[in-house]
Design a protein around this ligand. Structure first.
Ligand code: PLP
Length: 356
């Protein structure tokens, strides 16, 4: 039904958020970069014990912030927790950018970026990825102007899986003004095995204009509980907090995240298994004749170009729900180990049918 109410035209024109499609019972859902593992037993226990649903949660997430501060060697003021890292990004965009301002980010990157910028009233400046799917940081630095209030760097980049190296990132940080907020979105950091990849938390002390975003949704497998965190200067995080909806991080989410952190070794063993599987899939795709970018998240990118819609259909006939970004490519999550054989069969079939 269409209601005749007056809305902000730029908001009304935004495409509605499209979640990775639900899979049929016998299909694998590889469209949202989720973790295939059930929660750790300690997380299930923590969730069961966090039963006081009649009480509001701790608005400051003090326990979780203290644990994160300890892990990263920063103060609790330099950690901010939100209902998913995407909500923290929204807070930072709102804190830094207003109508007339610009936000620079690579494209194609995480689908949420354009919408968040539009909601703030600012303007997106999208800098094309390089041929190999990686960020063109020199071009991004060159795109920074008088009106730029925020730059978002995504490493590993969703959906191409490429990382920004420490050297590239340091060059970028010295090329942009010290008073420009740079957000490094590291939602997939735990899956990274490339030793040259940037590691945000180790750089925030040297660069007070840098805020790093991480999440419990991916490696920790707590996507439904919505917990993400930011590390950066307390003054910037305070500004982000001022834009936040209070009490958005549930007690259950905080308890589960704390338990997951306390059992990180067990968790990282699972992450390792996914990374090993990812490398095997990537190698098998290369052997088939694909030229996928180096994958460092929990997903691979198939550059299917103009054949993307057809390729997604082929994957569907193999019982695989993947994310199609026509006319660029397909993003395929590394999910259940049993899905891998199907992924490779579908990829082979796409190659056989088309000239990608
Ligand atoms: C690059 C990137 N950043 C942030 C997020 C959002 O994660 P969260 O569940 O913490 O909001 C995602 C989720 O897909 C992502 O791919």
């Amino acid at each position: 039904m269409n209601a005749p109410v007056r809305l902000r035209p730029e908001i009304a024109a935004l495409p509605a958020y499209r979640q990775g499609e639900q899979a049929a019972p016998d299909a694998f859902k590889l469209s949202s970069n989720e973790n295939p593992f059930e929660p750790l037993p300690a997380v299930v226990d923590a969730l069961r014990d966090a039963v006081a649903v009649n009480r509001y949660p701790d608005a400051t997430a003090a326990g979780l912030r203290a644990a994160l501060a300890d892990k990263f060697g920063v103060t609790t003021d330099e950690v901010h927790v939100g209902a998913g890292s995407v909500s923290l990004l929204q807070q930072l965009v709102l804190a830094a950018a207003a109508p007339g301002d610009e936000v620079v980010y690579a494209w194609r990157s995480f689908e949420a970026y354009p919408g968040l910028v539009t909601v703030s009233g600012a303007t997106s400046v999208q800098v094309p990825l390089r041929e190999d799917g990686s960020h063109d940081l020199a071009a991004m630095a060159a795109a920074v102007g008088e009106r730029t209030r925020l730059v978002i760097v995504c490493s590993p980049n969703n959906p191409t899986g490429t990382v920004v190296t420490t050297t590239e990132f340091e060059q970028f940080m010295s090329a942009v003004p010290d008073d420009l907020l740079v957000v490094l979105d590291e939602a997939y950091a735990e899956f990274v095995t490339d030793e040259h990849a940037v590691d945000g938390p180790s750089l925030t002390e040297r660069h007070p204009n840098l805020v790093v975003l991480r999440t419990f949704s991916k490696a920790h497998g707590l996507a439904a509980l919505r917990v993400g965190y930011a590390i950066g200067a307390s003054s910037v995080l305070d500004a982000a907090r001022s834009t936040a909806i209070p009490l958005a991080v549930t007690a259950q989410g905080q308890a589960a995240a704390l338990a997951s952190l306390a059992h990180e070794e067990e968790l990282l063993a699972r992450v390792d298994r996914i990374a090993v599987l990812r490398d095997q899939v990537w190698r098998a795709l290369v052997d088939q004749g694909w030229e996928p970018p180096l994958a460092q998240g929990n997903f691979v990118w198939l550059p299917t170009g103009e054949h993307t819609a057809h390729a997604a259909e082929v994957f569907e006939t193999h019982g695989l729900v993947v994310r199609a970004f026509a006319p660029e490519g397909l993003r395929v999550t590394i999910g259940e180990p049993e899905s891998v054989e199907r992924v490779l069969r579908a990829a082979q079939e796409v190659l056989g049918n088309t000239s990608v």
